[in-house]
Design a protein around this ligand. Structure first.
Ligand SMILES: C[S@@+](CC[C@H](N)C(=O)[O-])C[C@H]1O[C@@H](n2cnc3c(N)ncnc32)[C@H](O)[C@@H]1O
Length: 196
């Protein structure tokens, strides 16, 4: 993957997200922190030997059941802005449509950077703000108050690529996806990997 490029795909964002999960997550090894784990959908694609730490400030029954079914795994009932882990203790971190929901993305990314071991990988798939001044951005602005209330605090107008690039990683590889369908035109997606 080049450091930064834009890719157009006929697939929808959820289809691309499923593909990303099945291509990227099974390769992760060691202790893996899943930020904003939700119902645990990322944990299901991890290698069985991985220790999955599902960070979720609102753990629901499905996540509890998913974590119980995996040996050595546990829920961290905490926000991404205050990760209850030692410095440099984690081999890889996942953010899958989570940085749109955290209250403070810079603080969350500082915590991700802190807990990753040197050369550890941060993999992400996030929907992001459309370009300023576009109709899509105006629609995102109108939708924001509703999605923040109804969808786990989700802010559709977040410039997550900028937050990731300024978080202090040694390298960042990032693709912007123009996905298919109406939602795809309204909601660009980024995916990539950063190394501590
Ligand atoms: C859109 S869901 C994504 C769930 C899952 N990662 C996935 O790929 O389907 C966003 C999740 O982030 C969680 N969340 C919200 N604020 C958070 C915070 N400050 N720290 C960590 N997670 C947070 C929400 O509770 C929700 O489960």
């Amino acid at each position: 993957m080049s450091p930064s490029r834009t890719v157009t795909t006929p697939l929808s964002a959820p289809e691309e997200q499923r593909r990303w999960r099945s291509r990227v997550l099974p390769a992760l090894r060691g202790t893996v922190l899943d930020v904003g784990a939700g119902s645990g959908v990322c944990g299901a694609t991890l290698d069985p030997n991985v220790q999955w730490l599902a960070l979720e400030p609102r753990p629901r029954r499905r996540l509890v059941a998913a974590v119980r079914s995996r040996p050595h795994s546990r829920i961290l009932d905490a926000p991404a802005e205050q990760v209850p882990l030692e410095d440099a203790s984690i081999d890889a971190v996942i953010c899958s449509t989570a940085l749109c929901s955290v209250a403070d993305p810079d603080r969350a990314l500082a915590e991700i950077h802190r807990v990753l071991r040197p050369h550890g990988g941060f993999v992400f798939f996030e929907h992001v703000a459309a370009a300023p001044g576009t109709a899509a951005r105006r629609v995102q602005g109108l939708a924001g108050p509703f999605t923040r209330c109804l969808d786990h605090g989700c802010d559709p107008c977040r410039d997550t690529a900028t937050h990731i690039r300024r978080a202090g990683f040694a390298s960042v590889e990032l693709e912007t996806l123009r996905t298919g369908g109406l939602v795809g035109r309204l909601v660009p997606v980024i995916r990539g990997r950063a190394l501590r």
